[in-house]
Design a protein around this ligand. Structure first.
Ligand SMILES: Cc1ncc(C[n+]2csc(CCOP(=O)(O)OP(=O)(O)O)c2C)c(N)n1
Ligand SMILES: [Mg+2]
Length: 333
């Protein structure tokens, strides 16, 4: 099977990934317009999918199959899963080094992403981007902290000039508020009134540095200094997050004013691979608060069934991707 990514004119060789291997058979990439159709099971399935995909990546790294590095969003999966259905095809998304969940929730393309990270035929960016540097349609990721915010301001300015009611949304971490480019960008976004949304995934740590030793003041007061609206989300309940944020995002579309969203979250795995200096008791405490343990509205049996099916689908995906030839750069067409 061949899927043409029209915006990039990239022919992606496909064939490893069959969403129907997973119970419910309605795992799909998010796009605006079907928020009402989403059930707690749909959300759970996608979050479990992202988690198991990344756990497989960590194993593949250990086995020497991953080129470059990789960072997982284990613990934070609910952030993109809550947000993506609030976004539209015409919106820009700028992701960061911890971006697999952002990509999977946007496109549901585990095959293209895994091929990209492993450098195999079928890779979404022909294997030259790896884990951190993906471009597909209006989705971009970068491993350079703070790079995306000024670029997103430019995209937002373009949207404003075109008259489209779209937004440019960028995911950053709490530690990325240490980059000066973020402030230059916020200043211009506010002065120019452009539809920029910064989503800060505040997991309280930047690599091995806890937030209390790297940030004076607060993210709220930094947004206020630039006269930018600020919203904080303090829990992991997806439906409530969507109700809280849909109005705020609609406000950005209508007024064109920027917005900062702080999502209080937790990183359950190491920063990258095996580089966690946090105390074991802290990890245990965080795991007891993990969304996986707290999700409502799905029986234990259903959870186990979904998880089992997801694991099976991912095992098949890994086997199939590993059997592929190495990807090769064919240039831009
Ligand atoms: C400009 C720049 N400086 C340093 C790094 C190395 N680096 C990668 S991620 C990271 C910490 C990021 O912390 P945070 O913004 O809180 O995001 P998190 O990793 O917690 O998701 C650092 C220092 C980088 N990628 N880019
Ligand atoms: Mg952080």
């Amino acid at each position: 099977m061949s899927i043409t990514n029209t915006d990039q004119s990239t022919d992606l060789t496909r064939g490893c990934w069959d969403p129907c291997l997973i119970s419910g058979c309605n795992l799909r990439a998010f796009d605006a317009g079907f928020l009402g159709d989403l059930s707690p099971e749909d959300d759970f399935r996608l979050m479990v999918f992202i988690r198991r995909f990344e756990e497989a990546l960590l194993r593949l790294f250990q086995e020497g199959h991953v080129n470059g590095t990789t960072h997982t969003c284990i613990g934070q999966e609910y952030v993109p899963v809550s947000l993506m259905p609030l976004l539209q095809t015409g919106d820009f998304i700028f992701s960061n080094h911890r971006g697999h969940g952002h990509y999977l929730a946007r496109f549901l393309d585990p095959e293209g992403l895994m091929c990209e990270i492993l450098g195999r035929e079928g890779a979404v960016c022909q294997g030259v981007g790896g884990s951190q540097h993906i471009r597909r349609d209006r989705y971009f990721s970068t491993g350079v902290q703070g790079e995306s915010v000024p670029v997103a301001v430019g995209a937002a300015l373009g949207l404003k000039r075109s008259g489209a009611k779209h937004i440019a949304l960028t995911f950053i971490g709490d530690g990325t508020w240490g980059e000066g480019s973020v402030y230059e960008a916020l200043n211009m976004a506010s002065l120019w009134s452009v539809p920029l949304v910064i989503v800060c995934e505040n997991n309280g740590i930047a690599q091995t540095t806890p937030i209390n030793v790297n940030m004076a003041g607060s993210i709220a007061s930094r947004a206020a200094a630039f006269d930018v609206t600020f919203v904080r989300v303090e829990h992991q309940r997806i439906t409530e997050i969507r109700s809280q944020l849909s109005e705020a995002l609609e406000g950005v579309r209508q007024t064109g004013r920027p917005l900062v969203i702080e999502m209080m979250t937790q990183r359950l795995a190491s920063h990258s691979k095996g580089d966690d200096t946090r105390d074991e008791s802290e990890i245990i405490r965080m795991k007891s608060r993990d969304w996986f343990e707290q999700i409502d509205g799905i029986t234990m049996e259903r959870r186990a069934k979904i998880d089992h099916d997801v694991l099976h689908a991912i095992d098949s995906l890994v086997e199939c991707v590993l059997a592929r030839e190495a990807s090769s750069w064919k240039g831009r067409s």
